[in-house]
Structures are given as structure tokens and as C-alpha cells.
Design a protein around this ligand. Structure first.
Ligand code: ACO
Ligand code: KIV
Length: 540
């Protein structure tokens, strides 16, 4: 690999950094840029109708700041801003944001698109990195700073052209992460010094990781550095806009907040240029899983995901944090066993207290998932997972030795078929194995006589009648375990698990019927039939 082509980043060096010792105790102000940065990265940018669905979703989730477009980019972008305003679709407590490059006609058109809105944020930006100054703007440091100030001046001047609109001003030094830190600070402070005596509102500086080019701790250092030295800090909202080129956008955003950022711009599920913007769902869920109010409603995450997939026409991967199809699903036996035990313990404790189910960082029900998909069975699974699935899908509580017996049956089945076994397939195999031995395997039997009515204590009362019936059917063997359960749900009725030991071998049988006596009788009949099949050794 041609490593000589690339340079390591130069650390800022902030030995007295304070952010590593801080802990997030509240959510930052979220700003969704799905309708702008997310939209500009789509193969087919959203039309007005798709944009509106996305906007309504964002509002319903509780976003208070939404970047709705780059009105000079396209007819749809402009039309959408007008549509929102003319349709009175922007709730009182929501601030829309629009963005413009620093060109007079563009800023004017952008501001004109806001006519009639109550409140809005106008973001102006220009690239500031050395490469962008040299290659794109063909401007030196001074001329680039002058461009930023020009943008600040135009934005301020146009504030007055929107009577009745509160217009917040935001400046972003695009390519901040590739800009010399002291120079980026100089530009931001020049803009703030210009705005502060002339504007009424809170001012905003938005520091983008336009391209993520170093690890998250370096981003945090650079945010803390700016936060400490920012002019008019007490009236300036410090925002970050992380991208995800190195795959650490989430970590960068979280550390940046510890370092002083008060606002985070990102998108749902991380759509955006190249590897995307930082995923706000992940950030919010990370807070929620620490017991911090995320200030977003994520209680129906699959609905959110479906709408976003539809608007972006792009799928959310199955392993996407907190929201992918598989993120609460275990295939591995030991994980399944621990989840199953954890859920059972929680159920016994009345579903109260701090969540502590192994392998599940949050309760899937909190985001609208159920427990059905938690465990899926294949060759990697074991008895714990299989027992959980039969419990959660059919209400069956298998005795431990039966779990072991059936896990071996399922292992063979999965190895033979190579795939996954669904809950219905699991039940079918269970029933075929223990209740309905295949006709071809079943020896002929005399008619099954009725079973005697039981006497004695409830737990053991069916043992003697079952033993007698077994003998009457000509089967040798001792009843070692007989469990009678009432099951509700799909299998509504009585389920009987029967274990019979013959010499050094044991086999299990199942009986099922609405009547207890008939369920026991069926279990005994199955046991007699199974006694004639090749038997498994006694489980310890
Ligand atoms: C990091 C970000 O996400 S920034 C947002 C990026 N979003 C978009 O690009 C989507 C919308 N884009 C557009 O609508 C168009 O690109 C426009 C209308 C802005 C510009 O279109 P064009 O005039 O055709 O120029 P083009 O797309 O080639 O952009 C390059 C020009 O913009 C200039 N430019 C780039 N950023 C800025 C800025 N923030 N302020 C001023 N000028 C800028 C470049 O210097 C270059 O100028 P040059 O032609 O004199 O060399
Ligand atoms: C201009 C800023 C906010 C941006 O979108 C970026 O740098 O990615």
C-alpha cells in the first residue's frame, strides 16, 4: 500500500483538556440535516412530497431544529421551503434552518425563500482548509477570512428584509477538521465580533467534520480549544456537524459534546455524503441507554426506519446500532441461554428495577420491538435458546432434561438442513419427536385403555396411573418425571411431559389435550410408542 502518499494528522496538543473526565447528563440540542445534507447525498434527491413525509416524521419525533434545504440548489429545495411556510406546517416551537454559500445573489434568494416564517436559522459557510483555499477558492488566508466576513455582513443586512421573522445567524467554516485550528478560530471570532454588537439573538458557530480525518479524541480537543477561546461565548451556541469517514462519527460527536458543543447536526440512521453524517438515532439511543432523556421519541423505531427508508430509498443495514433487524437477536447458544435466564428473572421480579438482561443493552420493548425475534435457532444454538423460543412463542416450560434431549434433536436437524429453524418449525419438530412418532416407525399397539383417575398430592398424582397404563401397553420402563402444565395462547390446554427410563436409557414423550386425563393418556401412549424406537442414553 502506498503509505507515503498520506500524512498523519498533527495533534493540536491540549494537555489540560477537561472533556475526558466529564459524563453526559443531558441531551444536546439536536438539528436534523436529513432534508439538506442527507438529501444532497441521495441518488435521487427527495421531491416535495417525500420531503414533507420526512419533515412530519422529524417533527413527530420531537426535533426542534430542522435544516429544511439549500433553497438555491434546486426548484424542489426552494419549493419545499415555500410549501412548509405556506401550508403553515412548521410548529411554533420548531426552528427551520436553510443554508447558503457566500454569494450575494444566493444569500438573497435563500433569505427570500423564508418570507412569512416565524423563526428560522440562516447558515452561511465557506471552505477554510489550506487545500480548499488553494484549490477551490484560490484565495489566501486573508481573502478567505474576508469572504467569511462578507457572508456575515450579507446575512446580517438581510435580517431586516424579513419583517416578522426572527432570523438566527449561523456561520460554518466548512472543512474545519482540515483547517489550521488557530486560523479557524480566528475566522469564527471575526464573524462573531462582527455580529455581536449588531444582532439581537443568540449567535451560532457550527464546526463541521466535513471530512473525518482524525480520531475522535482529536476532534474533542479541537472543540474544547474553540469552546475555550470563542469570542462572545456566553451568547454563542456552539454546534458540531460530524461526518463519518473513519467510522467514528458517533464517538466524535459524543466527545465533542463533553468538550463543549451544545448542539449536534446529523441525520436519521446516518444518511449523508460518502459514509454519511453522524447518526442521531444512535446518539439519542446511547444517551437513553444510560438513563438520560434523549429528548427524541424513539418508541416506534421500526416505523421511523420504514419512513426514512422510503424517503431516502435506501435500506438501513441489519446491524445498524439500535435499529437494525438483527440488533436484538442472538443466534449463539450461550448468549441465548443468558438472555432467556435474564428475561425469566425479570419476569419473576415483576418486570421492575434496573434493566440487567445480559446481551441486551436496552429492553427492546422500549423502542417498540417484542421478544419474539430475540432468539433465532441454527447450528450455533443450544438448549437455552430453544427453550426460550418454545416458552415465548407457545408458552411451553420444558423440563431441563427434555431441553437437553430436544437440543440434540434440533442440532441434528439444523446440521442436516443447514439453515435456521423458525418457532413454528421448532414446535413441529418437537411435536413430531415427542407426541407423534411417525407412523412408519410406530409399532402396532393394542387399543389404549382408559387411564385410572389419580389420587394423592397434585404434583405426583398422575405418576401411578401413568405407570400402570405404560405396563398395560406392554412397555417396560419406569416413569421418572411427569409434569402437567396448563398452557394458554396458541396451544391452549393441558400439556404433559413424561420421562420414562428403561435400563440405562431414557426417552421423553408429550401429551396434549384440553382434558388433563386425556393429555396424560396421550403422553403415555407416545411413550409406549417411543419405547420401541432407538433410545437415547439417560441424561445426567
Ligand atoms: C460540505 C457541504 O455539504 S456544502 C453543501 C454542498 N451542497 C451542494 O453542493 C448542493 C447544492 N449545490 C448547488 O446548488 C450548486 O453547486 C451551486 C448552485 C451552489 C453552485 O453551482 P455552480 O455555480 O454551478 O458552481 P459549482 O457547483 O461548480 O461550485 C463551485 C463553485 O462554488 C464556489 N464555492 C464553493 N463553496 C462556496 C461557498 N461556501 N461560498 C462561496 N463560494 C463557494 C467554488 O469556489 C466554485 O467557484 P468557481 O466556479 O468560481 O471556481
Ligand atoms: C457546511 C457544513 C455545515 C457541512 O455541511 C459540512 O461541512 O459537511
Amino acid at each position: 500500500m502506498p503509505t507515503g502518499k498520506y500524512q498523519p494528522y498533527r495533534p493540536l496538543g491540549l494537555p489540560d483538556r477537561t472533556w475526558p473526565d466529564r459524563v453526559a447528563r443531558q441531551a444536546p440540542l439536536w438539528c436534523s440535516v436529513d432534508l439538506r445534507d442527507g438529501n444532497q447525498a441521495l441518488i435521487e434527491p427527495m421531491d416535495v412530497e417525500r420531503k414533507r413525509r420526512m419533515f412530519d416524521l422529524l417533527v413527530s419525533m420531537g426535533f426542534k431544529e430542522i435544516e429544511v434545504g439549500y433553497p438555491t440548489a434546486s426548484r424542489d429545495d426552494h419549493a419545499f421551503v415555500r410549501h412548509l411556510i405556506e401550508d403553515d406546517a412548521i410548529p411554533e416551537d420548531v426552528v427551520i434552518q436553510v443554508m447558503s454559500p457566500i454569494r450575494q445573489d444566493f444569500i438573497e434568494r435563500t433569505v427570500r425563500s423564508l418570507r412569512g416564517t416565524r423563526r428560522a436559522c440562516l447558515q452561511v459557510f465557506n471552505p477554510t482548509s489550506e487545500a480548499q483555499r488553494r484549490l477551490v477558492l484560490r484565495a489566501d488566508r486573508q481573502a478567505t477570512l474576508a469572504l467569511a466576513l462578507d457572508g456575515a455582513r450579507q446575512a446580517l443586512r438581510l435580517q431586516d428584509s424579513l419583517p416578522g421573522t426572527e432570523l438566527y445567524l449561523q456561520y460554518a467554516p466548512e472543512s474545519y477538521t482540515q483547517t489550521e485550528p488557530d486560523y479557524a478560530l480566528e475566522i469564527c471570532n471575526a464573524v462573531l465580533d462582527f455580529w455581536a454588537p449588531r444582532a439581537d439573538h443568540t449567535l451560532r458557530i457550527n464546526l463541521p467534520a466535513t471530512v473525518e480525518v482524525f480520531p475522535p479524541q482529536e476532534f474533542a480537543d479541537r472543540i474544547e480549544y474553540v469552546s475555550r477561546h470563542l469570542a462572545h461565548r456566553d451568547r454563542t451556541l456552539l454546534s458540531v456537524h460530524p461526518h463519518n469517514d473513519r467510522g467514528s462519527g458517533v464517538a466524535a460527536a459524543e466527545m465533542a459534546v463533553l468538550a463543549g458543543a451544545q448542539r449536534v447536526e446529523g441525520t436519521l440512521f446516518g444518511n449523508g455524503e460518502r459514509t454519511g453524517n453522524v447518526c442521531l438515532i444512535t446518539l439519542a439511543m446511547n444517551l437513553f441507554s444510560q438513563g438520560v432523556d434523549p429528548m427524541l421519541d424513539l418508541g416506534a423505531i421500526d416505523r421511523i426506519r420504514r419512513i426514512v427508508e422510503d424517503c431516502n430509498q435506501m435500506p438501513v443495514p441489519a446491524r445498524h446500532p439500535w435499529a437494525g433487524d438483527f440488533v436484538y437477536t442472538s443466534f449463539a447458544g450461550t448468549h441465548q441461554d443468558a438472555i432467556s435466564k435474564g428475561l425469566l428473572a425479570r419476569q419473576k421480579a415483576g418486570d421492575r428495577g434496573v434493566w440487567d438482561v445480559p446481551y441486551l443493552p436496552v429492553d427492546p420493548r422500549d423502542i417498540g420491538r417484542d421478544y419474539q425475534a430475540l432468539i433465532r435457532i441454527n447450528t450455533q444454538s443450544g438448549k437455552g435458546g430453544i427453550a426460550h423460543l418454545l416458552r415465548s412463542a407457545y408458552g411451553l416450560e420444558l423440563p431441563r432434561r427434555l431441553q437437553i434431549d430436544f437440543a440434540a434433536v434440533m442440532q441434528q436437524r439444523c446440521e442436516r438442513t443447514g439453515g435456521e429453524a423458525s418457532a413454528p418449525q421448532l414446535w413441529l419438530t418437537f411435536e413430531e419427536t415427542y407426541a407423534l412418532p411417525r407412523a412408519a416407525d410406530a409399532p402396532s399397539h393394542p387399543p389404549v385403555p382408559p387411564i385410572a383417575e389419580p389420587t394423592g398430592a397434585a404434583a405426583d398424582r398422575w405418576r401411578a396411573p401413568a405407570q400402570d397404563l405404560l405396563g398395560a401397553l406392554g412397555a417396560t420402563g419406569q416413569v421418572r418425571h411427569l409434569q402437567v402444565d396448563r398452557v394458554s395462547g396458541r396451544l391452549n390446554g393441558i400439556v404433559v411431559y413424561l420421562e420414562v427410563v428403561v435400563g440405562d436409557r431414557a426417552f421423553w414423550a408429550l401429551g396434549r389435550h384440553p382434558e388433563e386425563s386425556e393429555a396424560v393418556r396421550r403422553a403415555v401412549r407416545s411413550a409406549a410408542r417411543r419405547a420401541a424406537l432407538p433410545r437415547t442414553p439417560v441424561a445426567p
